[in-house]
Design a protein around this ligand. Structure first.
Ligand code: TRP
Length: 448
């Protein structure tokens, strides 16, 4: 008998916990910065609404119907519908994507842990922009420090995974998520008072289509998958622990709304600080580590708020990271009869090793590049821009072309009108959008 969430809220919290993470507070702001601001935000919001929400429903639906890990689940659903066994490839693709994502996710989560300690020691007080930047660059140059924190974060992740999803995390999630939102609002309040909020809003929301490039469109679409944890089976495996009677549409809606709101709040607050301090919005993955210390360093009670902020962000990363390996672990347990602890150790060990290559790409191996990107960027682009949209595309196609409509509807339990909408979007809109963005990228369709 597989374990299940204790109730609807536990599922929503866990899925929101998976969705809300470094993607919202670290990645969304820096990608908005490097991709020119508002145009990126607009495409991202369109992708969230048009592809993200229906696909979230689809992925939960597939998982709950299958009641299995993504590999066996896809095989089972394909068999039920008389489709090919090859569909289990979607599960393998997802497992691979999860391992590759966690390899760099854990390194960045390590930065967050380190910054939590720095914050607590009061080292942000009175920091200037140049100092914050210098401190971050020095930090990246030290592989041993990075390794220490990467190892610590992987240890935390695998510990929870080894214990099983439902016990510890379910409860902790309920306290930490509102905490993170509260501190983000405090940060926003600071930005409103001291930051350059007008320029921030302008940068993020005033449409400027001259800045849309094929690369930016692809990144925005990829990010909509990344931030919602879609396309790799994380949501599918969480859905497989969901009880029968819960409304999938409502759960998906709450998760998408929460995730998007947190990203937008973080973005507005951070860019207000960037502009007020004459920093560079396009500075890349170090953005929050170079801006937030300045803001917290000037704020009354900044040491306390900064410490809390990084602890809560580390927690948000933690609730996300476990969902990145849960498909692989569930597959090892259910298909290969491994114990949970051993499965967690195996997957965690692999990710840990890959993560070492990632952290070295910031220092010792920084000149090993492909197309001008180091290993960290390569992994990020490969997973976010290619593997996740591809996984999502295949899931959508499977749900509407292979699965029987009656089975999908039995799980979704939508009213006639909403069912037609879901069907239309999943059948035509989402696949067409994903394919167009891919074609456009490889230059076959010079749309923008
Ligand atoms: N969504 C998480 C974030 O924004 C990261 C994440 C967790 C994820 N599980 C995932 C991304 C599955 C892609 C697929 O930080």
């Amino acid at each position: 008998m597989r374990s299940h969430w204790s109730n609807r809220w536990a599922f929503i919290m866990a899925t929101a916990g998976s969705a809300v993470g470094l993607g919202n507070v670290w990645k969304f702001p820096y990608m908005t910065g490097t991709n020119g601001g508002s145009a990126f935000v607009l495409v991202y919001l369109l992708c969230v609404a048009l592809i993200g929400l229906p696909l979230m429903m689809t992925e939960i639906m597939l998982g709950r119907r299958a009641q299995r890990n993504p590999v066996d689940g896809m095989a089972y659903l394909a068999a039920e519908a008389g489709g090919s066994r090859w569909w289990q490839g979607v599960g393998y693709l997802g497992i691979a994507a999860g391992v590759l994502i966690l390899a760099f996710y854990s390194v960045v989560a390590g930065w967050v842990l380190d910054y939590g300690l720095r914050a607590a020691s009061g080292s942000f007080a009175g920091m200037t922009g140049a100092q914050a930047q210098g401190a971050f660059l020095d930090f990246l140059a030290d592989p041993f420090e990075l390794l220490f924190w990467h190892s610590a974060f992987m240890f935390m992740t695998m510990l929870v995974v080894a214990k099983g999803v439902t016990s510890g995390l379910e409860r902790a999630n309920k306290i930490m998520m509102p905490g993170l939102i509260a501190i983000l609002l405090i940060l926003l309040g600071y930005s409103l008072a001291v930051g350059d909020i007008d320029r921030s809003l302008d940068f993020m929301f005033r449409p400027d289509f001259s800045r849309i490039t094929p690369g930016a469109v692809l990144s925005a679409m990829g990010h909509s998958f990344f931030t919602l944890s879609l396309g790799m089976g994380a949501v599918m495996v969480y859905g497989s622990y969901l009880q029968r009677h819960v409304s999938i549409a409502r759960a998906a809606f709450y998760v998408v709304l929460t995730d998007t709101a947190i990203a937008l709040i973080a973005g507005v607050a951070i860019f207000a600080i960037v502009f007020a301090n004459h920093l560079e919005p396009a500075s890349g993955p170090g953005l929050i580590f170079q801006t937030l210390p300045i803001a917290f360093g000037q704020m009354p009670g900044g040491t306390l708020f900064a410490t809390l902020f990084f602890i809560l962000l580390a927690f948000a990363a933690w609730t996300s990271s476990i969902s990145l390996v849960e498909p692989a672990v569930a597959w090892l347990i259910e298909r290969h009869r491994l114990g949970r602890a051993r499965a967690a150790l195996l997957v965690g060990g692999l990710v840990w090793l890959l993560g070492i290559a990632v952290l070295l790409s910031f220092n010792a191996w920084s000149d090993i590049t492909l197309f001008g990107l180091n290993f960290f960027d390569q992994l990020d682009k490969l997973t976010t821009n290619i593997m996740l949209p591809l996984g999502g595309l295949l899931m959508a196609l499977f749900a509407v072309w292979v699965m029987r409509a009656a089975h999908a509807q039995e799980e979704l339990a939508l009213n006639e009108c909403n069912y037609r909408r879901w069907l239309f979007v999943t059948r035509y809109v989402a696949p067409a959008a994903i394919v167009l963005v891919f074609l456009n990228l490889i230059g076959l369709l010079p749309l923008v």
